[in-house]
Design a protein around this ligand. Structure first.
Ligand code: G6P
Length: 617
């Protein structure tokens, strides 16, 4: 998804901007650009389709130099990836970079065209550049012009704006798209993600929706939105970003995704750290309001997108069985537009790696509005990014502590979300007075989970060999039952997003109600068969596949009795208690997708058309 970097420094800021763009590459994009105030009255701009490296080649041939600049990676929404559509967009002496979507851009464009402005792109962003330029006709202040322009915008935006005649400042603004201010020793910066700026600072101000900011070499001036629609100076706290710079390198692995798969034992241990007592979950360690929130919870609505949604689907099985609370799980883009009936005592639980997914945030805001009317007991976010919008806007946030996840295909974020969800499930069970013996057993098993995950990661080599064959197919079916059904969905999602093999997942019991029609020797079927109460039923489903010539790849544990044979390969996953098996079985599926993608030669870390953090609807 689009990324923004901006800087006002005491030296040429081009290297900082380019490094920032590289650090944002993981989000997914299709073109990149940069604009610098090269001298009072002159803005230099370069834009290129493709990777940041392509823009670097352009800049090597025709360098830009300046102490104030803005830069952008674009993920196409309005208009195809092309040089004309790439940001920054220029109007007169203004240049603008923008993340988000301007919903009323067509109406604004009609107005601006009739005012004589010439459009050179198909983007929604270009209206912002022209609006600011038009406002500059009646004010000499760029900040005032931006302030007036944003009043006309409907939709979501994070902006960086420069003016040729104001060489020492960048104006930023946010509404519905993230933007942070970086506080450096030699200047001030803007970034859509703090990761972009970690080479120059680890101190950040997180802007709120509606905020505008003026950054200069010496400081920043944040203006909040007053209740009368005007501007008031506001103070946003400067937060120290805890990071280990190692965490954003590949650490000797061929891809970020492989590194992040291998990090899961440590990531899950971090997610558990300080949250388990001898025989129980330390509810008080989940946050200051956790006990009260959970005590009032009568049912749970889980809302998320993509991989995070699959984590929620697993949690439904846990919450109903272990905590005895009804649970519904829904994709955020559906939930936010539905007339949801939330009975009193509904806990609104969001799951998000980034904490910036537009639909998930919108669903939270929708629920918060209704919270005033008592429908919801409160909101809980399970999230990986401290300081993200979701974390700041929820009543309670439980951090997953997975560390930066760079690969677009989510891996350690998912297993740590599941771990956090199990903690919440057990905490609810405790608060509701559930039998303590099973809780204690699960707490002990959770402690051992990082070790088991280490054993699952060690299947890497074995899975490389089965992946070679799977890479030759065009389609694949994934099957699971119970909480392994969403794991099958996650396995199919991983495979399709990075290898581009068409993959579908089904509850194994549904096979004969449709998907079985697809099964023949060209359709491999991947099934999760842990030792649980549904194993025998699953084995019958596998027979149905074999009888139609379907090639089977089964992930199973040592005691399940599923044997390799003609048309059936078994990968043995370490034995594990059936409640935690969904977390464990995720790992071999991630490895499978990874090695199939490598065998097919795709761009594993930045799959085509996808973005890491989807900040537009
Ligand atoms: C994008 C990413 C997925 C992610 C989904 C939800 O589609 O590519 O990996 O699962 O967004 O993101 P979130 O940050 O809310 O978990």
């Amino acid at each position: 998804m689009c990324g923004i970097v901006a800087a006002v420094g005491s030296d040429n800021v081009l290297p900082v901007l380019m490094e920032g763009l590289k650090r944002l590459e993981y989000r997914g994009y299709d073109s990149a650009g940069v604009a610098l105030v090269e001298a009072p009255g002159r803005i230099g701009r370069a834009r290129e389709v493709g990777k940041v490296a392509a823009l670097e080649r352009v800049l090597a041939a025709a360098p830009l130099v300046g102490m104030t600049g803005i830069a952008h990676t674009r993920w196409a929404t309005h208009g195809q990836p092309s040089q004309d559509n790439a940001h920054p967009h220029v109007s007169g002496r203004i240049a603008v970079v923008h993340n988000g979507i301007i919903e009323n851009h067509l109406a604004l464009k009609a107005e601006l065209v009739s005012d004589g402005f010439l459009f050179t792109s198909e983007t929604d962003t270009e209206v912002i550049a022209h609006l600011v330029e038009r406002e500059m006709r009646s004010t000499s202040s760029l900040a005032t012009a931006v302030e007036r322009a944003v009043q006309r915008l409907d939709g979501a935006y994070a902006l960086g704006v420069i003016h040729a005649d104001e060489p020492d400042r960048v104006i930023g603004a946010r509404q519905g798209s993230p933007l942070v201010v970086g506080v450096g020793e030699h200047g001030y910066y803007l970034g859509s993600d703090p990761l972009a700026l970690l080479t120059v600072t680890d101190r950040f101000l997180y802007l709120d929706d509606g905020d505008m900011v003026i950054i200069t070499r010496e400081g920043c001036d944040v203006q909040g939105l007053a209740s009368n629609g005007g501007r008031v100076p506001v103070v946003r706290e400067t937060v120290h970003y805890e990071h280990d710079d190692q965490a954003v390198g590949k650490g000797g692995f061929a891809h970020y995704m492989l590194k992040e798969i291998h990090e899961q034992p440590v990531a899950v241990a971090n997610a558990l750290e300080g949250r388990l007592g001898t025989d129980r979950v330390l509810v008080e360690a989940l946050g200051p309001r956790a006990e009260r929130l959970l005590a009032g919870t009568r049912q749970v609505h889980i809302v998320a997108c993509g991989t995070s949604y699959h984590a929620g689907m697993v949690a439904r099985y846990w919450l109903e069985e272990l905590a005895g609370v009804p649970c519904q799980v829904e994709i955020a883009s559906e939930y936010r537009y539905r007339q949801v009936v939330a009975p009193p005592g509904t806990l609104f639980l969001t799951l998000s790696q980034s904490g910036e997914t537009a639909d998930t945030l919108a669903a939270l805001r929708h629920a918060r509005k209704r919270q005033d009317g008592d429908a919801y007991v409160g909101s809980l976010a399970i999230c990986n990014v401290p300081g993200s919008s979701l974390v700041r806007e929820s009543d309670l946030a439980l951090m997953t502590h997975a560390g930066p996840e760079i690969g677009v295909a989510s891996t350690k974020a998912f297993t740590t979300q599941l771990t956090a969800l199990m903690l919440v499930t057990l905490a609810l069970r405790q608060v509701r007075g559930g039998d303590a013996e099973l809780t204690a057993r699960l707490v002990h098993r959770l402690r051992y989970l990082p070790t088991l995950l280490g054993d699952a990661v060690a299947l890497d080599e074995e899975i490389t060999s089965v992946a070679g064959k799977l890479a030759t197919y065009r389609h694949a079916l994934f099957l699971g039952r119970g909480p392994q059904m969403p794991i099958a969905m996650e396995g199919a999602l991983k495979l399709k997003e990075i290898s581009y093999i068409h993959a579908e997942a089904h509850a194994a019991g549904e096979l004969k109600h449709g998907p079985l029609a697809l099964v023949d020797e060209t359709m491999p079927v991947i099934a999760m068969a842990p030792m649980d109460g549904l194993l025998e039923k699953l084995k019958s489903n596998l027979q149905e596949v074999r009888a139609r010539g379907g090639e089977l790849l089964v992930f199973s544990d040592p005691e399940s009795g599923v044997q390799s044979g003609e048309g059936l390969s078994v990968v043995t996953v370490p034995a594990c208690c059936h409640y935690l098996a969904p977390i464990l079985y995720t790992v071999p599926l991630q490895l499978l997708a990874y090695h199939v993608a490598v065998a097919r030669g795709t761009d594993v870390d930045q799959p085509r058309n996808l973005a890491k953090s989807v900040t537009v609807e």
